[in-house]
Design a protein around this ligand. Structure first.
Ligand SMILES: C[S@@+](CC[C@H](N)C(=O)[O-])C[C@H]1O[C@@H](n2cnc3c(N)ncnc32)[C@H](O)[C@@H]1O
Length: 239
């Protein structure tokens, strides 16, 4: 089991870990830190868990995420894994279930999303896998020592944040030399004239960017990448 002292070994000196409940810790100094997903988590879970919604509205298959996550986990046989903005694991819980090779930190700024992820993993696995721990924290202010993670996965977080460069700098700093970083983001790519993404962007739930805008941010930080697109989803990793 990843206990407080094992998790603390990854943290910067000025960071204090606050236990929330079994398997969940917070790096926020006080209770009460919330974000939008604390309110919409069950709706998100219901809608995004629907394969027809994803296929018809966004043009990708839910299974595309499983294989992306699987390949990221398989990219190394040792070192820590970070899932930054893991949410409720609605797309990836199957891939994480039964994965025991490396320690995994599942980080999110929404405690409700983390609780949903924990309960989903527990349901599928029978319990929370001993190599996994949930951390309530901010991708824009990661609490980790530089180079702590051999693999960093961050799915569908870029498109909800205005400051991509801020997120990428943080992730790059947390990545070990030679490590793998793998991200996905919803994009604008002219499917149906991108009417639906434009609608969601008006509600503040999505910042639609083109693949080139996102790739340019990786370039600026000196991260070489390869990528592919499925419908409105960009899958990108460093090379
Ligand atoms: C669109 S959801 C994606 C969740 C999950 N990765 C998935 O693919 O289903 C975006 C997630 O990012 C989290 N998030 C948003 N801003 C964050 C931040 N600054 N730090 C950490 N997590 C954040 C939200 O709480 C939410 O769980």
């Amino acid at each position: 089991m990843i206990d407080e002292s094992k998790l603390s070994s990854l943290l910067l000196e000025n960071i204090t870990l606050r236990p929330i409940e079994p398997h969940i810790y917070s790096v926020y100094p006080q209770e009460g830190h919330t974000n939008t997903y604390d309110k919409i988590w069950s709706f998100y879970d219901l809608v995004m868990g629907n394969r027809y919604y994803n296929r018809i509205m966004w043009g990708y298959r839910i299974a595309d995420f499983s294989s992306f996550c699987h390949d990221s986990l398989a990219s190394s046989s040792d070192g820590w894994v970070l899932d930054a903005g893991c949410g409720s694991l609605v797309f990836t819980s199957n891939t994480y279930t039964g994965y025991s090779k490396r320690p995994v930190v599942l980080l999110d700024a929404s405690l409700q999303m983390l609780r949903a992820a924990k309960s989903r993993l527990s349901r599928l696995n029978g319990n929370v896998p001993a190599n996994m721990v949930f951390l309530h924290g901010d991708v824009l202010h990661l609490p980790f020592k530089p180079g702590s993670f051999r693999t960093i996965l961050s799915m569908n977080v870029l498109h909800v944040l205005p400051n991509i460069n801020g997120v990428l700098s943080e992730l790059k700093n947390a990545l070990a030399d030679g490590g793998t970083i793998a991200l996905t983001s919803l994009i604008a790519n002219d499917r149906f004239g991108d009417i639906y993404p434009k609608l969601l962007s008006k509600t503040g739930q999505l910042i639609p960017r083109t693949p080139n805008q996102i790739l340019a941010c990786f370039d600026e930080l000196g991260i070489s990448t390869s990528h592919y697109v499925r419908g409105n989803m960009l899958f990108i990793r460093n090379v």
